[in-house]
Design a protein around this ligand. Structure first.
Ligand code: AMP
Length: 512
C-alpha cells in the first residue's frame, strides 16, 4: 500500500515525501480512506503507531475546501495533556504546509489573550485540552456550532485523568451531525460506553503496538539500597553511551531533588514536571528536543506519547507503581526501529512493583551491577512498600499515597460501620450520605498531569468521575480539608461539630 493509493492530494503527498515517510503505517492505511469517506472511526491504537497522521492527513484533505468563521472552529481535537496537544499542532504544521489551514492550540498555562485573538481570526482546527476549552467556551469566546469533525485522542488517558465529564460536556455542545474519530489504547468498558455514546456506526480499527518494549529496548535493572540510587544513576550515565536521556521519578518533588543533585555533580540536565509554568515546560522540552541539553529529569507527564527523535536512554530512577507506566516510559526510546536502552533503579521495597512489571512484559528485566555498589535483593512481599524501608527518601511518595489511600478506605469503612451500628432506618440513608460527604476524600492526585489538579480545584472536582455522584466536597464549604504541600491526600474531620446521629445511642448499646 502506498500513500498515493489512499486518495490524498498532491500537496499532502509532497509533505509526506518531504518527511521521508515511504509507506503508510497499518493504522494510516486503514483509517485514512475511512475518514475521507466521512465515516466515524473507533481506533484502538497507541502512540507510536502513526495514529496522529492517521487522522491529521485526511482532516487536512477534508478541511482544505471551506473557510473558518470567527470564533467558529471547523474541527476540534481533544488531547489529554498539553504536550500531546502541542505535538498534534506540530503535525498539522508538518503535514499541512501546502494546505493554508489555520489552527489554534488551546492549552492551560498559556495566555488567554493570544488564544482568544487566534479564535477571533477564525480557525480551521482547534487542538485543545478539555479544561481550557471549557473555560474559553464559558467566557463566550468560542462557538461550537460549526465543528464538523471531532477527534477524541487518548481516551483511556482522559479517563485516567478524570477528564471524561468534561469531554462529555464538550461533546454535548457540538452539532449532532458531525464526524467523530475516537482513539484509545485500550477499550475498557467505560471507554466502550463513551464510544457507543459519541459515535455513529463507526468503522472499528485496531492495531497492535509497533513493537513490544522487550524487542526494541535493551533493558536492565539495578537493585540497591535507596540511598545509593543517585550514585548508581551517575555511574550508569557515565558508563553508558548516553546521547540523550529521560530520567523518570515518581514524584514532582523528587524530580526537583534529582535535577539539583545531577546539576551539582556537573551533568547537563533540565527538569520537567507539572508544577512548572507552561512556558517553562515548553521551553524545557524544546531545549531537550533540540539536543541543547542531554538529560531531562521528569515526572510521568513526559511518559506518554512524547516523540523525541533518537532518544538513546530512559532511566527509571523510581520504579513506577503502575506497570503500564513502565511500558510508556521506556517506549520513549527505541522508536522508529532504533535500539533504545532503559535502565531502572529499584530499591528492595519495590519488589511488588517490579514483579507486576515483569508479569506485564512476560519477561524478567536483566539485573545489572554497578562497580563499588553492593547489589540488594528485592523483597518478595505482596505489599513491600507498606511499612518498608524508607531510608533515603526515594520512595516516600508512593508509600504515602498508598498509605493515604488505605487510611481513606479505612475511614470510609469505619464510617459505614458506625452508621450501620447506630443509625436506625430510615435515617440511615441520610446518615450515610452525611458521613460519606465528610469522609470522602479527593482522589489521590497523580503527577501525570498537573492540569488535572489545577482544573479539578478550579472546577470543584466536577471533572473527576469519582465525584460525579457525590455531594460537594467538604473543603468547599468549611475549609477543613487540607492538602499537603505536594498535593497529597487531604485529611477530613468533623472538627467541633459532631453530627446528631453519632450522638444517639445505638440499638446494640441499648441492648446491653
Ligand atoms: P504517532 O504514533 O502519531 O505519535 O507517530 C509516531 C512517529 O512515527 C512520529 O515520529 C511520526 O513522525 C512517525 N510516522 C508517522 N507515520 C509514519 C510513516 N508512515 N512512516 C514513517 N514514520 C511515520
Amino acid at each position: 500500500m502506498t500513500f498515493e493509493e489512499l486518495g490524498l492530494s498532491p500537496s499532502i503527498l509532497q509533505a509526506i515525501a518531504d518527511l521521508g515517510y515511504q509507506q503508510p503505517t497499518p493504522i494510516q492505511a486503514q483509517a485514512i480512506p475511512v475518514v475521507l469517506m466521512g465515516r466515524d472511526v473507533l481506533g484502538c491504537a497507541q502512540t507510536g503507531t502513526g495514529k496522529t497522521a492517521g487522522f491529521t492527513l485526511p482532516m487536512i484533505e477534508i478541511l482544505s475546501s471551506g473557510r473558518a468563521k470567527a470564533r467558529m472552529p471547523r474541527s476540534l481535537i481533544l488531547e489529554p495533556t498539553r504536550e500531546l496537544a502541542a505535538q498534534v499542532a506540530d503535525s498539522f504544521e508538518k503535514y499541512g504546509k501546502g494546505a493554508n489551514l489555520s489552527y489554534a492550540l488551546l492549552i492551560g498555562g498559556e495566555s488567554f489573550v493570544d488564544q482568544e485573538k487566534k479564535l477571533d481570526r477564525g480557525v480551521d482546527v482547534l487542538i485543545a485540552t478539555p479544561g481550557r476549552l471549557i473555560d474559553l467556551f464559558e467566557r463566550g469566546k468560542i462557538l461550537m456550532n460549526d465543528v464538523k469533525i471531532l477527534v477524541i485522542d487518548e481516551a483511556d488517558r482522559m479517563l485516567d485523568m478524570g477528564f471524561i465529564p468534561d469531554v462529555e460536556k464538550i461533546v454535548g455542545l457540538l452539532p449532532k451531525l458531525r464526524q467523530t474519530l475516537f482513539f484509545s489504547a485500550t477499550m475498557a468498558p467505560e471507554i466502550r460506553r463513551l464510544a457507543d455514546a459519541f459515535l455513529m456506526n463507526p468503522k472499528e480499527i485496531s492495531v497492535s503496538p509497533p513493537a513490544t518494549a522487550a524487542t526494541t529496548v535493551v533493558q536492565g535493572m539495578v537493585v540497591v539500597e535507596p540511598e545509593q540510587k543517585r550514585e548508581a544513576l551517575r555511574q550508569l550515565i557515565r558508563r553508558e553511551n548516553v546521547t540523550n536521556a529521560l530520567i523518570f521519578c515518581n514524584r514532582k518533588r523528587d524530580v526537583e531533588i534529582l535535577f539539583k543533585s545531577l546539576t551539582k555533580h556537573g551533568f547537563d540536565a533540565v527538569r520537567l514536571h507539572g508544577d512548572m509554568s507552561q512556558p517553562a515546560r515548553t521551553e524545557t522540552l524544546d531545549k531537550f528536543k533540540k539536543g541543547e541539553v542531554r538529560l531531562m529529569v521528569c515526572s510521568d507527564v513526559a511518559a506518554r506519547g512524547l516523540d523525541i527523535k533518537g532518544l538513546s536512554h530512559v532511566f527509571c530512577f523510581d520504579v513506577p507503581m503502575h506497570a503500564e507506566d513502565y511500558v510508556h516510559r521506556i517506549g520513549r526510546t527505541g522508536r522508529a526501529g532504533r535500539e533504545g536502552h532503559a535502565f531502572s533503579l529499584a530499591a528492595p521495597i519495590d519488589g511488588k512493583y517490579v514483579a507486576a512489571i515483569e508479569k506485564l512484559l512476560g519477561t524478567t528485566i536483566p539485573r545489572i551491577t554497578i562497580e563499588g555498589l553492593e547489589s540488594a535483593a528485592l523483597s518478595a512481599g505482596r505489599d513491600s512498600r507498606k511499612g518498608g524501608d524508607r531510608k533515603g527518601g526515594d520512595r516516600k511518595g508512593g508509600g504515602r499515597h498508598d498509605r493515604g489511600r488505605q487510611q481513606q478506605e479505612k475511614r470510609q469503612r469505619k464510617a459505614a460501620e458506625v452508621i450501620d451500628a447506630v443509625v436506625p432506618h430510615p435515617e440511615r440513608e441520610i446518615g450515610r450520605h452525611a458521613m460519606l460527604e465528610a469522609s470522602v476524600a479527593l482522589p489521590v492526585p497523580t503527577e501525570k498531569e498537573p492540569h488535572f489538579n489545577r482544573h479539578q480545584r478550579r472546577s470543584g472536582g466536577r471533572d473527576h468521575q469519582a465525584t460525579e455522584q457525590l455531594p460537594p466536597r467538604p473543603e468547599r464549604r468549611d475549609g477543613r480539608v487540607h492538602h499537603n504541600d505536594d498535593g497529597g491526600l487531604p485529611g477530613v474531620a468533623f472538627g467541633d461539630h459532631t453530627p446528631a446521629f453519632l450522638l444517639r445511642r445505638g440499638r446494640s448499646s441499648e441492648a446491653r
